[in-house]
Design a protein around this ligand. Structure first.
Ligand SMILES: [Zn+2]
Length: 214
């Protein structure tokens, strides 16, 4: 059932993107982002448009080694991962839980700081797009059961018209040197720089499970 809904929805998405004049490259970015995210969340659709915009502003393509800092854990990280290949796993994506629908993107640099473009949804530009505005500010006027299709169409129609950007400087991080050490409490190996009070973080502040018998 879930597969069928997803398949049907991606067909709808493609016809909607054609209807609203989304170019082929951006359509690919959107579909890849939706596939990674597992469904076409509004934030992922806007996120794909934002990443496409940022790449153009940087004058680059996803083939380049790109670094991103995402200011929300919701939706937007998946567009950066799917399109710019800045991922949690390759450590080119940092997610900061600030709560803003914004990110910075920059090209790899050996310098301590580098120019980046910061792209964000601009609240001043949402006044022309009522449905996006209601969704964005989490207003009770947005009813996701009745208005999801309208929202998608408005997102594709708006494209970059709801976005703004600024140039910023961001710090870069160089790979740390590390040794593998054993946690004296649990016996697991961890990088030395991740110890807290000579124990692994799971035996300290980041413990998240209890062992059980099965
Ligand atoms: Zn431990």
């Amino acid at each position: 059932m879930l597969m069928r809904e997803q398949t049907d929805n991606s067909g709808n998405l493609e016809s909607l993107m054609n209807k609203t004049g989304i170019n082929a490259k951006l359509q690919g970015y959107i579909l890849n982002s939706v596939a990674l995210h597992s469904y076409p969340a509004p934030g992922v659709l806007i996120g794909a448009i934002m990443v496409d915009y940022a790449l153009e502003l940087l004058g680059t393509t996803p083939d380049e080694k790109l670094f991103a800092v995402c200011e929300t854990p919701k939706c937007l990280p998946d567009a950066l991962q799917a399109i710019a290949h800045a991922t949690i796993g390759n450590k080119r994506l940092t997610v900061l839980p600030i709560g803003k629908f914004a990110f910075t993107l920059n090209i790899s640099s050996k310098q301590a700081a580098v120019d980046a473009v910061r792209v964000f949804v601009d609240i001043k530009k949402l006044k022309n797009f009522a449905t996006i505005n209601h969704w964005f500010i989490n207003s009770p006027l947005y009813d996701r059961h009745r208005m999801a299709d309208t929202l998608q169409e408005e997102i594709f129609t708006a494209g970059r018209d709801i976005l703004s950007f600024e140039w910023v400087k961001v710090g870069t991080t160089q790979k740390p040197q590390w040794n593998s050490v054993m946690c004296p409490d649990c016996g697991d190996m961890v990088p030395d720089y991740m110890l807290e009070n000579n124990k692994c973080a799971a035996c300290g502040s980041k413990g998240y499970y209890e062992k059980i018998q099965k």
